[in-house]
Design a protein around this ligand. Structure first.
Ligand SMILES: O=C(O)CCC(=O)C(=O)O
Ligand SMILES: [Fe+2]
Length: 207
């Protein structure tokens, strides 16, 4: 852990993980502001259930999603390309708050809406070329708490790491986190309310 990225930010607690730089802030937003943002985003975001292609087969993703950002921050993964919608006032406000706390700039955000316990996200790393070699990804959670799992790609001896991403919390992944670790949000068997997750990213323009 080199600790260079956020030395000036004591509010972000470091999660001890080998080959990674992961910080967590339990209360980035208090409950009132978190609830207000959640209400607005549920209403104003152009939520879609995307189809992705895996091994030549089409699947509906088990969640809704949407891509917002600067024009030109086009993003491709698993056979789909997302053109960003223009920023809304609420998204710009959240982006500004996160930039202030992390000291990093972002030009796009992927929003995910987990409607209930049957929605989730499979194991992956956010390591697409347009994110650059050591991306900083800031992930804000609103609404129902869900468990976020990390698993190292090659060290089989280390324990998997799980974090409960509560309403209003901020998780920041930087350095070699994406290179060495995968992460996932499992489906659950007990009833869960809606959760929105926003992952702010910096897309490096293609070519
Ligand atoms: O919902 C989450 O906390 C994770 C989202 C995520 O991993 C992603 O958007 O790449
Ligand atoms: Fe991710």
């Amino acid at each position: 852990m080199n600790g260079e990225l956020f030395d000036e930010v004591p509010l972000l607690e470091t999660i001890p993980m080998a080959d990674a730089d992961v910080r967590f802030m339990r209360r980035f937003y208090g409950p009132a502001l978190a609830a207000q943002h959640m209400r607005v985003l549920l209403d104003e975001i152009a939520w879609r259930q995307e189809t992705i292609v895996l091994w030549g087969q089409q699947h509906l993703q088990p969640r809704l999603s949407a891509w917002y950002g600067d024009a030109g921050s086009r993003y491709s993964y698993s056979g789909i390309t997302l053109e960003p919608h223009p920023w809304t006032a609420t998204l710009l406000r959240i982006k500004g708050d996160i930039e202030q706390v992390t000291g990093h700039r972002f030009n796009s955000v992927l929003l995910n809406l987990y409607r209930n316990e049957r929605d989730g996200m499979g194991w992956h790393s956010d390591d697409e070329a347009e994110l650059g070699p050591e991306p900083v990804i800031a992930s804000l959670s609103l609404g129902e708490a869900r468990i976020f799992h990390f698993r190292h790609r090659t060290r089989k001896t280390g324990k998997p790491i799980s974090l409960t991403l509560i309403d209003g919390s901020l998780l920041v992944m930087a350095g070699t986190t994406q290179k060495f670790w995968r992460h996932a949000v499992d489906k659950e068997s007990v009833s869960r309310d809606a959760r929105i997750n926003l992952t702010f990213r910096h897309i490096v323009p293609a070519r």
